[in-house]
Design a protein around this ligand. Structure first.
Ligand code: RFL
Ligand code: PHB
Length: 388
């Protein structure tokens, strides 16, 4: 088989890249290790920056998002039982869209199907060859080995994928910070406790109230590294959540059985560069952020913006300057989101080694946020998303 761009990974970044390229007349094949049902069962991101909304619209996949998603013009940061409203609309003129990653991925699979896009699911043993100059990819499907010759490879295969691992260690520089806690997430078929997200800083640890729709809520608790899901009964989860969120929310929250419960570790990670000859890294394959800033999926989307633009310029105008600049351009935006996600995480969590001094700094930062429009503007501008 031959294609122009072989895309490894059928998550949101791989599918969106494939769709944007196909609409511009560039041929792609997507290789996904898992089944479609598996990819669609992963409960992950919930918040889209307005720039991500725009790119999904541009790709022609925004109709259901605008019908079923929720536009949020602000969010609440609560500490010591006092919610501070960050008014995105007033502070930045922008907003965010609450629409689950599962739904985005669903819409992208439907759009790929409608255009006859080639997505190979259940592709095992995906291996990249011939880099940096003459790439081809091999994989095994149903016991048979296949080979795809291509001009370029887009590594959209997440943190544990094959693409980054193929880059020479002598070229790759990585930066990492592992946080000493994780997030325990619960999805429940209950109405959300608040019509805006609540990020709660509490002596017992961080908590987040989020949502998927009017009947589906998503909640998170900071838990120590090493905690297991089976240590957390539903009752224990709700009790702890109620202790950490503002009293008014705790008094009115509707609880119910969890339909999904999982623990995610928190880390910041960046791999540089994001290009090796004809291989590009995109999304979680190149960088990870702690979820506190709601940036992971949005960074994957902004990488896709830069890369699709570069590849379309190569195929339509024979110009390679955007390809040459891809890594530098994408990384400049990535590091700003890495910084913001780190600062939100530091502002809102309890660290095991936090001293009284550290605690005073955190308290005064929150105090500053409450009383300074400038501080709230900085937070809002980053949360709704810096421009592409
Ligand atoms: P994905 O989604 O991991 O997709 C990669 C795909 O590649 C496949 N794959 C392979 N295929 C073939 N061969 C191989 N060798 C392969 N190895 C892997 C995988 O099966 C998979 O289908 O990466 P992508 O597309 O870059 O998308 C990134 C986002 O998924 C991620 O950044 C977000 O989910 C992060 N995230 C959030 N981001 C936000 O923008 N806002 C949020 O509110 C938000 N909340 C979250 C989050 C992530 C979380 N967890 C669990 C990690 C909340 C949580 C709890
Ligand atoms: C979510 O709804 O899953 C979510 C929302 C905001 C975050 C992280 C996760 O910062």
């Amino acid at each position: 088989m031959r294609t122009q761009v072989c895309i490894i990974g059928g998550g949101p970044s791989g599918l969106l890249l494939s769709h944007l390229l196909h609409r511009a007349g560039v041929d792609t094949v997507v290789l996904e290790r898992h089944s479609r049902a598996h990819v669609l069962s992963r409960i992950r991101a919930g918040v889209l920056e307005w720039g991500s909304v725009g790119l999904l619209d541009q790709a022609g996949v925004g109709a259901r998002m605008h019908r079923e998603g929720f536009v949020h013009t602000g969010t609440l940061i609560a500490a010591r039982n006092r919610p501070i409203r960050i008014d995105f609309e007033a502070l930045t003129g922008s907003r965010v869209m609450v629409y689950g990653q599962t739904e985005v991925t669903h819409d992208l699979y439907d759009a790929r199907d409608a255009m006859g896009g080639v997505i190979v699911t259940g592709a095992e043993g995906v291996t990249l060859h011939g880099l940096p100059d003459a790439p081809f990819v091999t994989y095994v499907k149903d016991g048979t080995e296949h080979r795809i010759d291509c001009d370029y490879i887009a590594g959209c295969d997440g943190f544990h994928g094959a693409s980054r691992a193929t880059m020479p260690a002598s070229l790759l520089k990585t930066f990492e910070k592992v946080y000493p806690f994780g997030w325990l997430g619960v999805l429940s078929e209950t109405p959300p406790v608040s019509h805006e997200l609540i990020y709660a800083n509490h002596d017992r640890g961080f908590a987040l109230c989020s949502m998927r729709n009017a009947h589906l809520s998503r909640y998170y608790l900071q838990v120590p590294t090493g905690d297991r899901v089976d240590q957390w009964s539903d009752a224990a989860f709700w009790d702890e959540l109620k202790r950490r969120i503002p009293h008014e929310a705790a008094d009115t929250i509707i609880t119910g059985p969890s339909i999904e419960k999982s623990i995610a570790p928190l880390r910041s990670f960046v791999a540089e560069p994001m290009r090796w000859g004809r291989l590009f890294l995109v999304g979680d394959a190149a960088h990870i952020v702690p979820p506190t800033g709601a940036k992971g999926l949005n960074l994957a989307v902004s990488d896709v913006h830069y890369l699709s633009r570069a590849l379309i310029s190569h195929y339509t105008d024979n110009a390679d300057d955007l390809i040459e600049g891809y890594s530098e351009t994408a990384l400049a935006r990535v590091w700003k989101a890495i910084r913001f996600s780190w600062s939100m995480t530091t502002l809102l969590h309890r660290f095991p080694d936090q001293t009284d001094f550290d605690q005073h700094i955190q308290n005064s930062e929150i105090d500053y946020l409450e009383h300074s429009t400038a501080a709230r503007t900085v937070l809002a501008e980053n949360y709704v998303g810096l421009p592409f």
